[in-house]
Design a protein around this ligand. Structure first.
Ligand code: 26Q
Length: 808
């Protein structure tokens, strides 16, 4: 491929060529010719893990020798996807390994297909964490991610008669080859029990007694960057009880068989499975144990690492930044306090000073139902010492607030970490972090204006913005070879290392030859994707139709049902006007719903029902097709992004913190059809008004309408198309009725679908018109690719390093 920088063989190839047949022989007793694809996958992965392990060691030694600052990124989720392909590409080994395998008549792409996705996340927040590990390695910052080694990741989704079925994601059989066990670094974590307080030598002590012990064992996953000496590590904690405890044995001997075993089973289940909710909190005991396991094990490990190098925690804040990915790892804050106070004997003020200079927090949501709160009684029972520390943090914080707020007790109560018998995690994060950031310009502003308005007034210097970014190489040169070739031919290959280089592509916006080639590239990608879907799902799609794509988690605020209402309206129009001109269109949806989110599942079923009904109508089916692809995951997105024409980003203004799928789609030349929400606003700034299609209310308009009183029924009465679409949901689509979706829209419509419907219809008509003017469309597409550079995760982590972690 033209993208590879040098034609000469990568120096790592000598080892790989030697190891490949040797390891196949040693591990499986086969020659390369005899080996199955699975065996080849296993051996290649083992070789890459070894290469990365050595490289990481060299990098860590170098960092220590210069006393460099370490960044630790704590997240309950890392949606890693596959490792083999991205590491081979990032190590610039793709051409050489492809050639080596070909000598044995092995196809490299088929080998990549053997790997299961590491689906240790729900969606945007988890994928962002994964992108940042890649970017941190690429930019050369020493980084470690921490999370949980879920035995089962995000569920595999099947759609049966329109219903989402969740299947267990048993990824370890194929995925564990990427995990390097580090049993020597295991950490003891203490749960439950009680506190004993005592004085000795004028010092107050607290000790935690009668606790249950869980052993957290780390497994390391290496993440290569591109063209760099650095390697990131994702350290994943697996929980096990330390055999049968003496307390359990005593209980067992006394005849309480079931309860002795139950505690053991509970503790062994901590790292069993990822909670499949996003943007909705679920205050369950097991989730709390997971969060504390992550925090206690990671903080223990960070402290051990630091002590091994410096022998003191005095300089922790100068040498370490701990980043909290949303509030899920908040307990890391009181856990570090606990170690400083109880284990190291620090006084409160000194410990608090170290903690507040060490932590930084990113918020990812403004939705009230996603702001984490925990019952005081649950925290007290599961982690009693942490509870007492949180209470003390709160008492001191409220005291400072009172003094600074002129004894305004109402305001202090509003800002309190503990209120109404709940612990408010975001408030604790803001109080204890030196930096609080949102993930797009709009979102960071909303945080200051509303979610954390009081806190912003109290310490405005803390509040920052870092607009999200993506590990764009994964979705460009690793996933879209045709576009990579065109870019290399026109602007050279520097864009692979430096996203800003993409800007040079803009020069060609009026070059008809390049524009035609770009249309051709898209066509090739659409054909490739159609073949992939036929093979994967047995669904036929027409690469000559417009590919209109909405792929993301299913949530009412993301408004997949607005998209569906538009399709219903088109369908009714085609039924009444079978011969009217209509540009053939394929609506592509993919989305997982949280298993307990009933309305979201109904919306999936409704999209499926529309798809079925249209499919059964041959006259319409050649113009209008709807496909709902099951099991949206990182790998499916890599296949899909290159093929998309239209990127649907249609959330109600003010609800989507950023969105990152929008960036992957624009990078591949799709045109955004979106509201002025999240990162869409910055996409518009990057591509210009002519190269994006915006519709709907702005955030202030949404707020005004809410304040004035929003009555969705008025829109039903005022617009026949809206009324007809909602009536269809009541009456039945493909024999299924959707009364809950219909009533929710008609009676409440919390995300103002109906208010934006007319504007959305017009935008849909306009974007189709643009598509039909092929040169105009190609130019829009080209401008999107050229403008995508600022959405590189390399840019984003550099901003974190400069403005938040102060790494340089
Ligand atoms: C919380 C408590 C208990 C159980 C689950 C959760 C939970 C889990 C995941 C809450 C939220 C999430 C995920 C949120 C998320 O993915 N947010 C998205 O983050 C992206 C990266 O910043 C943004 O681009 C999206 O706009 C935002 O929705």
């Amino acid at each position: 491929m033209a993208a590879s920088k040098a034609k000469k063989q990568n120096p790592l190839m000598a080892k790989i060529r030697e190891d490949f047949p040797r390891k196949l022989q040693a591990l499986f007793n086969v020659t390369p010719e005899e080996a199955s694809d699975k065996q080849v996958y296993h051996v290649l992965s083992t070789i890459i893990v070894e290469i990365l392990g050595e490289k990481r060691q060299k990098f860590v030694n170098k960092t220590h020798s210069v006393g460099g600052k370490q960044i630790y990124y704590l997240s309950m989720e890392f949606l890693m996807g596959r490792s083999l392909k991205t590491n081979i590409y990032n190590l610039e080994l793709a051409d050489d390994i492809r050639a080596m395998l070909k000598e044995h008549t092995i196809n490299m792409d088929r080998i990549f297909e053997q790997e299961p996705d590491a689906g240790l996340g729900n969606g945007g927040l988890g994928r962002l964490a994964a992108c940042y590990l890649d970017a941190l390695a690429t930019t050369g910052f020493p980084a470690m991610g921490y999370s949980i080694l879920y035995e089962f990741g995000i569920f595999r989704q099947k759609i049966e008669d329109g219903m989402q079925i969740e299947l267990a994601d048993d990824w370890l059989p194929g995925g564990s080859v990427w995990l390097v066990p580090r049993p020597e670094l295991a950490i003891e974590v203490h749960l439950e029990g009680s506190l004993q307080e005592y004085w000795d030598n004028h010092h107050f002590h607290v000790s935690h007694v009668n606790y249950n012990t869980v052993i957290a064992t780390p497994y390391d996953m290496y993440v290569s960057g591109y063209d760099t000496d650095a390697v990131s590590v994702l350290r994943l904690w697996s929980a096990k009880t330390p055999g049968f405890s003496s307390a359990a044995m005593k209980e067992f001997s006394e005849g309480h068989f079931a309860s002795a075993l139950a505690q053991d089973a509970l503790d062994n289940s901590i790292s069993k499975i990822l909670y499949p909710n996003d943007n909705h909190l679920d205050g369950k005991n097991l989730r709390l144990r997971q969060q504390y396991l992550l925090c206690a094990a990671s903080i223990g490990d960070i402290v051990n690492n630091h002590m091994a190098v410096y022998g003191t925690l005095e300089n922790l804040a100068d040498k370490v930044s701990i980043h909290i990915n949303d509030t899920h790892p908040t307990l890391a804050i009181p856990e570090l306090m606990r170690i400083l106070l109880d284990d190291c004997g620090y006084k409160w003020d000194k410990a608090w000073d170290i903690v507040t200079r060490t932590f930084a927090y990113t918020n990812h949501t403004v939705m009230a139902e996603a702001l984490e709160k925990w019952d005081v009684s649950l925290i007290k029972q599961v982690i009693p010492r942490i509870f007492s520390i949180i209470i003390e943090i709160n008492n001191r914080y409220c005291q400072t607030l009172m003094e600074r707020n002129g004894y305004d007790s109402e305001k202090t109560t509003r800002m309190s970490i503990v209120k109404d018998n709940m612990i408010h995690m975001a408030t604790l994060c803001v109080a204890a972090s030196h930096s609080v950031n949102g993930v797009s310009k709009l979102h960071s502003q909303i945080i200051k204006d509303s979610v954390f308005h009081d806190e912003y007034e109290f310490s405005p210097e803390k509040f920052k913005n870092v607009t999200n970014g993506i590990a764009y190489r994964r979705w460009l040169y690793q996933s879209n070879p045709a576009l990579t070739q065109l870019l290399s031919d026109t602007i050279g290959t520097k864009f692979i290392k430096d996203g800003a280089e993409l800007e040079k592509f803009r020069k060609f916006e009026n070059d008809e030859t390049v524009l035609n080639k770009l249309l051709d590239v898209k066509k090739q990608s659409k054909i490739a994707f159609s073949n992939y879907v036929l093979d994967r799902d047995g669904i036929e799609i027409d690469p000559d139709s417009i590919f209109d794509v909405q792929v993301k988690r299913l949530h009412e605020y993301k408004r997949q049902h607005l998209n569906a209402m538009n399709i219903l309206t088109d369908y009714a129009y085609l039924m009444n006007n079978p011969d009217a001109p209509f540009t053939p269109k394929t609506y592509i949806f993919a989305a997982k719903a949280a298993p307990g989110y009933y309305l979201a599942k109904q919306i999936i079923k409704m999209i499926w029902a529309i798809s079925e009904e249209v499919r059964k109508n041959p006259n319409i089916h050649n113009k209008l097709r709807i496909v709902f692809l099951e099991n949206y995951c990182v790998t499916l997105s890599e296949h899909l992004m290159p093929a998309a024409d239209i990127s649907e980003q249609i959330s109600t203004a003010g609800t989507e913190a950023s969105g990152t799928g929008c960036m992957k789609l624009m990078l591949n030349g799709a045109i955004t059809l979106g509201t002025l929400d999240g990162a869409n606003i910055e996409i518009k700034d990057a591509v210009g008004d002519d190269n994006i299609v915006i519709f709907g209310m702005t955030t202030p308009e949404v707020n005004e309408l809410k304040a004035r009183g929003y009555y969705p029924i008025d829109y039903c009465h005022g617009d026949g198309r809206i009324n007809d679409a909602i009536e269809r949901m009541y009456r039945g689509i493909n024999g299924c009725t959707f009364p809950e979706v219909a009533s929710s829209l008609k009676e409440r419509d919390p995300y103002m679908v109906l208010a934006d419907f007319d504007s959305y219809r017009k935008a849909q008509a306009y974007i189709t018109e643009c598509y039909n003017d092929r040169m105009k469309w190609a130019k829009m597409s080209l401008n999107n690719i050229a403008g995508a550079g600022i959405f590189s995760a390399d840019r984003a982590v550099t901003e974190y390093a400069d403005n938040i972690w102060h790494l340089r």
